[in-house]
Design a protein around this ligand. Sequence first.
Ligand SMILES: *Cc1c(COP(=O)(O)O)cnc(C)c1O
Length: 404
Amino acid sequence: MIGERATSKAVQALDASLQEDLEALRSDGLFRPLRVLESAQGPEVVINGRPLVSLSSNNYLGLNTHPRLVGAAERAAVEWGAGTGAVRTIAGTQTLHEELERRLAQFKRTEAALTFQSGYTVNVGVLGSMLDKGDCVVSDKLNHASIIDGIRLTKADRILYEHVDVDDAERALSEARAKGYRRVLLVTDGVFSMDGDIAPLKDLVERAEKYDAAVMVDDAHATGVLGSNGRGTTDHFGLHGRVALNIGTLSKAVGVVGGYVCASQAVRDHLIHKARPFLFSSSHPPSVVAACIAAVDVLESGQELIDQLWANTRHFKEGLRSLGFDLGRSETPITPVMCGEAPVAMQLSDLLLKRGVFAQGIGFPTVPRGQARVRTIVTATHTREQLDRALEAFADAGAKLGLR
Ligand SMILES: *Cc1c(COP(=O)(O)O)cnc(C)c1O
């Protein structure tokens, strides 16, 4: 072990108690070593010295290695330094940070925007600071973990509704209104990350409006994927001006790291004063911010990469379907290959790896028991040859496991 040293009894006791918990994970087959990439995140990656077709990233458009983003990051680091050394509210806001926020607001067609360190922290910061005792949040049962954690931080009441069930959402909204809460906020993922289905946002907004409730949509998997130039589900459904809080991440299709909320100036001002991750954690390095601005430039400059993403998605999905796989509810590039029990998903993932394809198996608790899957995401930068190679691997491995 690296840096092994004599440790005190107290340190050893902590480790021993953690080992007990880890043993439980191992016996449930849930202990997973980290997979280490020996290459950039691309359509192919190198793991343990082997090149593999990667279907495991959220790098939808390949922007992480786009020359405009890399060039912008490089120039910004030279001109502005490697880090900011402060939180946004003290000395960590540079002209670059404000420029990115103006650009994001323009892109999402809102009055204002505010960036956070990640998509996770934006949800925790927004939900944790906007809702309080006397308020109520109405939330889809399958919303992302960062939304669930944000809700846990509020003293607001919460009512869950069945996944994408608009009538059940209305039941929750009317229940909330009847109780006389001050703020009622309906929260949904725009695209759900494990199933790849799209929230019925237009219907949800209409129902919410009936009960004077505001809507928050998390477009982590929709930005760069749906809507004109990848503006997300609000644009896809023509709902500009009717969604109070447009959440997004800079870590997926945008190709860098970070999160943001596009909303009114009032929301921005509120968050600057109240959102704890914004107040108590340092701001993005200039290279990150400059790369994100370059990503917005690329998105605004044309639709080609997004068209390529969808062409690849259609090709890959048709391939999997014609092989007889069950793709669940997917309507987007997120394509689960349903396997039933978790060990089957892990076996499929292992067989694919042997055949040169990197696609992770996912089981409980990330997805419900009995709905384990191998989750795939193709990107704009995969070649047809790579996708066809992946389909051949699925054909072989799926036949061995009786999945097709
Ligand atoms: C990935 C994801 C996040 C977290 O984004 P990060 O920038 O990786 O922290 C938040 N919400 C949803 C719906 C996501 O899929």
